[in-house]
Design a binder for this molecule. Structure first.
Ligand code: F58
Length: 805
């Protein structure tokens, strides 16, 4: 399409006029963005077709990654970089007087997820394509992504997100590949040739329409597919109340995580899950059928991965297809299903483990329920044989118990691999949360420590650091991120460290400008940028961070001789709309920010900033500018964390507990290059099991704690009476479930150490460089290679680049 900037400009101008019907001069930023996006999508389409042809002809095994979330962010710049045309396009546009950054601003984030789980899925897609592995994503094309957050008077306010308002240039609608997904109705049982057959009749069907998004690899011509399903009314259905039917149908792909505190919401959520799964499984089988004759060999050619339990109905759905449509017997269908499916667990929090009441499940999905019931009965029989008389054990392990379907149990029983996402997390699953299943199936359990794509989180988001690294060690680390280790050769090179310092400063200047623009707050770029960005959740302990800031405030106010290295504390977090407590924490952060930022006595030493609407594109501006990375979850609670890896890769030092992947980061960088504090997971779990923690005693004996806790309710925040009573109660009356007060003193100490270490700039820069150099291990390329080798058994197909178009 174009091979140099002159050609690029020519094609771009021609396309702009053709598609927008305007002259170049009249065209808006959006016209230009859309023209460029369409051009690039078309540019990849021939390789997209070729990749699929190659997969078909090579008959290699393909993997489908089913996920209720894909937190993609923006794709324009990412695709340009992966295609290797970023510079040509940037220069070409600039000669036309267009700034590529301005066009990127026009693109909406595809925010089809809410946190680490969804972003992990997006990083995995990138790594699959970059490693030339035949792996595709299947998800839902939500009309509204994760809500847009506004902060009004310190409170979070949610607005519907509108990413599709101007269309999505990267998608291709494929209506001819639509699939009808049935709900409600009943199951008819018939005997045919001595065999029982089942028919789902009187169903209300919904049409699943696929929208395909190309997933472009870096420096390769592999283009995989992310297939997102959209719910539309079925053209085949005659319905009594057509308007109601249309409304209910479209609701299925309207919102990510509808409120499920009522039955109506629960039904919708379960509908979404089956919608995703049924459409995906049937389109996978349809493609397989075109290529292969023997359905019995499905697991040799297809792997289906379920990202957490949201897509676990893939198990009974695949069984249904094999039994009812392919006419296999139960045993054979079960063998194929379990060999095809693999499952990742992302949490041990009991409240996050999905369970569906039978009263909702059975009427909505009558045939699927029958199959789940049969899986459960056979499983319980197997348990009974192995553990005769152990009723308790069997009841605890059953898939259906107490009128509920336990999705995690179904996932473990119906798959050949169960993995956790960091070493400690997998160990906790094996030894505690899923111990009885581990005893039964030890061979299924394995660990795959998470990773992040260094192409988005370093190359794209931090071009200055990328250039510096390339100046130092060349660019082969881009395809082999472990080679970042070579940077260690520069540890004693003052000129290189100076440049590293400059890069960080420039990134801090950029973030400072963003802060000024969004909040009006001036921050000092020579202060330590201390950042906590992640979902707002009690276990992540944003509360510990903000109480510590209150402590510092008190310290400065009461003792004029107290000095500290100036710090800017930056937060970004969305609270789930129904999570009242989390919203209170947001309000508290903003109240502290008001107090601190308006007090001339402390202003020079601390600043507090809450950046609203934290999302992928904002994250890309934040990580490069961080000095300190806050990873302070209650030990044992954070399965892995991935923000910790993004900070590390951008040269921030971690202040963290021994939780999730922090432990592996510590092992990588050594004790001297990370700041660890607080209880260990063993200690936390021991407290939970044996008691012995009384938060009141910590409150009573430590004046620093008593002061900040009292300030929550004693009028310290003048305008917000009673506002923080709930937080104070959680700490004292409810015995501080997340050990905030227990870890408080240790957190103060480690933060003090951070301030002292930062003063020695040379030492700090060395530590920062070491963190960058050891971060290659946390590239999702490593993670994906491990999934490919140990779980999926897939191999690269497009070893060599295909011919250029
Ligand atoms: C996250 N889970 C884990 N869940 O918390 C994090 O430790 C891990 O690094 C990451 O997965 C990737 O493995 C997560 O993001 C959710 O967002 C839930 C989805 C379902 C609704 C409740 C939140």
């Amino acid at each position: 399409m174009f091979s140099n900037k002159t050609e690029f400009k020519e094609v771009f101008l021609q396309r702009l006029e053709m598609t927008c019907g305007k002259s170049f001069k009249e065209s808006s930023k959006r016209d230009r963005y859309q023209t460029l996006g369409n051009m690039i999508r078309e540019y990849v389409s021939s390789n997209w077709i070729k990749t699929n042809e190659k997969y078909r002809s090579a008959k290699e095994k393909q993997v489908y990654y089913l996920s209720i979330e894909f937190l993609l962010g923006k794709l324009l710049r990412h695709n340009l970089l992966n295609l290797g045309v970023d510079q040509v396009v940037q220069e070409g546009l600039s000669e036309l007087g267009i700034n590529l950054d301005d066009l990127e601003e026009v693109e909406a984030d595809a925010a089809l997820g809410n946190g680490g789980l969804g972003r992990l899925a997006a990083c995995f897609l990138d790594s699959l394509a970059c490693l030339n592995l035949p792996g595709h994503g299947c998800g839902i094309r939500y009309k509204h992504g994760l809500f847009e957050q506004k902060i009004v008077d310190g409170y979070q306010v949610e607005l519907p997100e509108q990413w599709l308002r101007n269309g999505h240039v990267w998608e291709v609608r494929k209506a001819d590949l639509s699939i009808e997904v049935p709900f409600w109705g009943k199951v008819e049982t018939l005997e045919k040739d001595g065999r029982l057959t089942f028919r789902h009749v009187d169903a209300e069907t919904i049409t699943a329409v696929p929208y395909d998004v190309p997933v472009v690899g870096y420096n390769t011509d592999t283009v995989n597919t992310l297939r997102l399903w959209s719910a539309e009314p079925s053209p085949y259905l005659v319905h009594k109340d057509i308007m109601k039917y249309k409304r209910e149908t479209e609701a299925v792909s309207d919102f990510l995580y509808p409120d499920d505190t009522h039955d109506e919401g629960k039904i919708l959520r379960l509908k979404q899950q089956y919608f995703l799964v049924s459409a995906s499984i049937r389109s996978i089988i349809r493609a397989y059928r075109k290529q292969f004759n023997r359905i019995e060999d499905l697991h040799e050619h297809v792997g289906i991965h379920i990202n957490d339990t949201h897509p676990v109905l893939a198990i009974p759905e695949l069984m249904r297809v094999l039994l009812d449509e392919e006419n296999l017997g139960w045993e054979e269908a079960w063998h194929i299903t379990t060999q095809t499916i693999s499952y990742t667990n992302h949490t041990t929090l009991a409240e996050a483990l999905e369970k569906w009441p039978i009263r909702i499940f059975q009427p909505l999905l009558p045939r699927i329920y029958m199959i789940v019931n049969e899986i459960n009965e056979r499983f319980c029989q197997q348990l009974w044989q192995k553990y005769p008389g152990e009723w308790n054990r069997i009841e605890n392990m059953a898939i259906i118990a107490h009128d509920q379907v336990k999705m995690a149990h179904l996932a473990i029983v119906g798959s050949h691999s169960v993995n956790g996402v960091a070493e400690i997390h997998t160990e906790i699953l094996k030894k505690r949360e899923m111990n009885s299943f581990y005893q039964l199936y030890p061979e299924k359990f394995n660990n795959k420590t998470n990773g992040i794509t260094h192409r988005r989180w370093l190359l794209k988001s931090n071009p200055k650091l990328t250039n510096l690294i390339c100046e130092g060690i060349g660019d082969s680390w881009i395809s082999k991120p472990d080679q970042l280790l070579e940077l260690e050769g520069y540890q004693d090179d003052p000129a290189f460290l100076d440049q590293l310092f400059m890069v960080k400063q420039e990134n801090k200047i950029k973030l400072a400008a963003r802060i000024k623009e969004q909040t009006g707050i001036n921050v000092d770029i020579t202060s330590i940028f201390d950042i906590q960005v992640k979902r707002l959740h009690a276990y992540k302990r944003q509360l510990l961070n903000i109480l510590h800031i209150m402590y510092l405030y008190n310290r400065i106010k009461e003792d004029s001789s107290f000095t500290m290295y100036p710090r800017t504390f930056i937060f970004g977090a969305k609270a789930s709309p129904g999570y009242y407590y989390a919203k209170k924490i947001i309000k508290l952060i903003n109240s502290v920010a008001d107090k601190v930022n308006n007090d001339p006595v402390v202003r020079g030493q601390i600043r507090v900033v809450f950046l609203e609407n934290y999302r992928v594109s904002l994250a890309e501006e934040i990580f490069p500018a961080a000095d300190v990375s806050e990873q302070i979850s209650t030990a044992s609670k954070e399965a892995s964390g991935t923000g910790n890896m993004k900070f590390m890769m951008n040269g921030a030092l971690t202040v963290g507990t021994l939780d999730g992947a922090n432990i592996e980061i510590k092992e990588m960088v050594g004790d001297d290059n990370i700041f660890i504090f607080g209880l260990t997971a063993e200690e936390v779990l021991d407290y939970y099991q044996n008691g012995g923690y009384r938060s009141f005693e910590y409150y009573h004996h430590d004046k620093r704690i008593r002061t900040v806790v009292d300030q929550l309710t004693n009028g310290f925040f003048e305008d917000v009476e009673d506002e923080f009573e709930m937080i104070s109660d959680s700490l004292i009356m409810e015995n501080d479930q997340y050990f905030v007060l227990r870890d408080f003193a240790s957190y103060i100490d480690v933060q003090k150490e951070v301030g002292l270490k930062y003063k020695d700039q040379n030492q700090w820069l060395k530590m920062s460089l070491l963190n960058i150099s050891r971060s290659g291990h946390f590239s999702s390329d490593r993670t994906i290679q491990q999934y490919a080798d140990d779980i999926w058994n897939i191999r690269p197909v497009n070893k060599r680049p295909l011919t250029k178009n």
